[in-house]
Design a protein around this ligand. Structure first.
Ligand SMILES: NC(=O)c1ccc[n+]([C@@H]2O[C@H](COP(=O)([O-])OP(=O)(O)OC[C@H]3O[C@@H](n4cnc5c(N)ncnc54)[C@H](OP(=O)(O)O)[C@@H]3O)[C@@H](O)[C@H]2O)c1
Length: 332
């Protein structure tokens, strides 16, 4: 991929209409690529169009849609996924497992030169503190929630396929356009207060979304990347409370913390989630086990491999990312 001029390469991006998708488009367009942007949301999809970007409406669960979008492309970035902490298994299975299988089948049929598959470090999640996790530490099974289960199954499909694929596991995406982490945090802050377990001393490892898009381009271009799996973060793990204090100080808001005892809460959360699952309730429990683990346990990743092999260095620091986010929201 590196030997050909980027401005002649056509890249299909699934999940182009999502949070990360728009940043991947920006990164690749500025490097001269031609983009086929794939997604279901037509309004967002058409808003992405330009001289370098064509939108193709489609569903990952329909192989014909994927085939049509992939005709004539050199590479695929597969970032499309149902990305949520709660929902029905069949929805996760169809979008994330069948969707990935469809992408792999089309890659084989059309002899696509490279696939960059966006996975997730949530596959490492467990009820324990974990530091400096390396790529080899992925479990064979993790049924903590359906999202994790489906992302792990998707990775296993990739591993079994002959398609030249690079797997990227970016941790906790942060940036403008995020509708998940920060909005949830602010909502909780303004209502019940942010649950602070273990005094907020557990380590979190975030990634500015701009750095993820940059790393994806490295995965697309670097000759050493195919066949590899890479963790990705900003390489700035910090205690949860320090990150929150940084964010609230920059935004001028006051944090409302609610100190809670971790162990009794874990029992309650597990019990409530069990009831929701047994009753097949579509509504999300007030706190899922997965979110509880994020709040209670440290999880940091080793990104030595991507630094060593692809020369990745974060372009934007956490402080810069927070400032950028806050400045944007002051103006809008
Ligand atoms: N956000 C994070 O913190 C994080 C962390 C680690 C890994 N990841 C991974 O990064 C990728 C992007 O995440 P994101 O945060 O950008 O999520 P997002 O904003 O929810 O975007 C998801 C994208 O996937 C598309 N999609 C979902 N199901 C589809 C289907 N059946 N057919 C076609 N398109 C479908 C959506 O398209 P439409 O909206 O057009 O339907 C949307 O463009 C995902 O693979 C996710 O697992 C995210």
């Amino acid at each position: 991929m590196k030997n050909r001029r980027a401005n002649k390469l056509r890249v299909l991006i699934t999940g182009a209409t999502g949070f990360l998708g728009k940043y991947i488009i920006e990164e690749l367009v500025s490097s001269g690529y031609q983009i086929v942007a794939f997604g279901r949301n037509e309004i967002v999809g058409h808003s992405l169009e330009s001289s370098q970007v064509t939108f193709v409406k489609g569903d990952l669960t329909n192989i014909e849609d994927v085939r049509k979008a992939a005709l004539g492309v050199d590479a695929i970035i597969h970032a499309g996924a149902l990305s949520d902490v709660w929902g029905l298994w069949q929805d996760f299975y169809h979008s994330n497992v069948i969707g990935t299988q469809n992408v792999l089948t089309v890659c084989e049929e059309l002899n696509i030169k490279r696939l960059v598959h966006i996975s997730s470090p949530s596959i490492y999640a467990k009820a324990d503190h974990q530091f400096n996790i390396s790529e080899e530490e992925a479990p064979l099974e993790n049924n903590l929630n359906y999202y994790i289960k489906s992302k792990l199954m998707a990775e296993q499909l990739v591993a079994q396929s002959a398609v030249p694929t690079v797997v990227l596991r970016p941790r906790g995406l942060f940036g403008i356009g995020d509708v998940s982490i920060v909005p949830r945090l602010l909502r909780t802050n303004n209502t019940i207060g942010i649950p602070l377990l273990n005094k907020g001393k557990q380590f979190v490892d975030m990634t500015c979304v701009e750095n993820v898009a940059y790393a994806i381009r490295l995965c697309l271009e670097h000759e050493k990347a195919p066949g590899q799996i890479y963790n990705l973060t900003n390489d700035e793990p910090m205690p949860f409370k320090d990150l929150l204090d940084l964010f609230f100080k920059a935004s001028g808001n006051s944090p409302h913390y609610r100190k809670l005892p971790a162990k009794p809460l874990e029992v309650i959360v597990t019990l409530i989630e069990g009831i929701f699952l047994k009753c097949r309730l579509k509504k999300e429990p007030p706190l899922t086990r997965y979110t509880f683990y994020l709040l209670a346990y440290s999880q940091t990743l080793s990104i030595d491999k991507i630094k060593r092999e692809l020369g990745y260095r974060p372009k934007l620091s956490i402080v810069e990312g927070v400032q950028k986010y806050v400045d944007y929201h002051r103006k809008h």
